[in-house]
Design a protein around this ligand. Structure first.
Ligand SMILES: COc1nc2nc(N)nc(N)c2nc1C
Length: 308
């Protein structure tokens, strides 16, 4: 059985990746469910074969009585905001004053969700936490494991921290509120609140029922791996099997950044998830290091916020 269990685990993790990360399933749901049931049965009969990264462990344990507080090894800072072109140009001038002209920006959609931190050891997800106040967050590992887009095991046995935004797709939000209205429950004001409310549930079965997803954007230091730009980091995250947001773009000038932002103000309603702005970052990590941080934000990044 051990061989069959390992084979099923690898297949199910791969099919889950195709469906929830690539959005390109290659097997019908019925086939996936049949294999999952086979693995569940084998694990029930041979408990010693059950492992932390088994797909059967996504909707894990019993409801918690509360969330443990956890300290972030590296603080999860916030981004400075810009509400108009002038502030973007000020940001650009400040950057160029410090590091000159020879750098690139990378622009990303700013997902309107909940910032999360994921810690992997030897390729296995060992802890998931909320941002909290940036220094201390809450351990919501059980709930984050229910999000299919979050890999339980990576394609390489790396140890690192990954950061991203957990969110509820617009269609899931509309369906959830319809159901809540039918049950005469309060509806959620927006997908962000719905995602936050879902991840704050003590019973992981409720979180599992909320169709949440995630886009990861940040990777901490990884020993043995040379990452010299933010865009390199995004490619690395993709290689490992994470779901990153594909709409990022490298821009050589702040004028290109402003054009990119203008385009997304138009296209924003067409997205299947909410965004509340565009994040602009200096791409090269050596320049990020030269620019450093203020007390609460990186000097090398800014969030252009859309009007609410
Ligand atoms: C470098 O720090 C950050 N980077 C980010 N990147 C994206 N795409 N979205 C965010 N919300 C975000 N937030 C922070 C604090």
């Amino acid at each position: 059985e051990a061989k069959r269990v390992e084979e099923l685990r690898q297949l199910l993790n791969h099919y889950n990746y195709e469906y929830h990360v690539l959005d390109q399933p290659t097997v019908p749901d019925a086939e996936y469910d049949r294999m999952m049931n086979e693995l569940l049965t084998l694990e029930e009969e041979n408990p010693e074969l059950k492992t932390q990264d088994s797909p059967t462990q996504r909707v894990g344990g019993p409801p918690l009585s509360g969330f443990q507080k956890v300290e972030h090894r590296v603080p999860m800072l916030s981004l400075g905001n810009a509400f108009g072109e002038d502030e973007l140009k000020d940001f650009d001038r400040r950057v160029r004053e410090r590091i000159g002209e020879n750098f690139s920006y990378v622009c990303e959609l700013k997902i309107d969700g909940l910032a999360v931190s994921l810690i992997y050891e030897d390729g296995v997800l060992v802890r998931g936490a909320t941002r909290g106040d940036g220094t201390v967050g809450e351990d919501i590992t059980q709930n984050l494991k229910t999000i299919p887009a979050i890999p339980l095991r990576l394609s390489e046995n790396v140890s690192m921290e990954v950061r991203g935004e957990a969110y509820m797709p617009k269609p899931s939000f509309l369906k959830l509120n319809e159901a809540r209205e039918k049950n005469e429950q309060d509806v959620f004001a927006n997908p962000r609140n719905a995602a936050a409310g879902s991840l704050r549930q003590l019973d992981p079965k409720i979180a599992a029922s909320r169709n949440l997803s995630v886009f990861v954007y940040g990777v901490g230091t990884v020993e043995g791996r040379e990452i010299d730009s933010h865009s390199d980091g995004l490619d690395f995250l993709n290689e490992l099997g994470f779901k990153t947001n594909p709409e990022w773009k490298r821009c050589e000038t702040i004028e290109d950044v402003i054009k990119f932002i203008g385009g997304w103000i138009e296209k924003r309603p067409d997205l299947s998830y909410e965004i509340d702005g565009i994040v602009v970052k200096v791409d090269e990590l050596e320049h990020q290091e030269e620019l450093g941080f203020t007390a609460k934000s990186p000097r090398w990044a800014i969030a252009y916020k859309f009007p609410a």
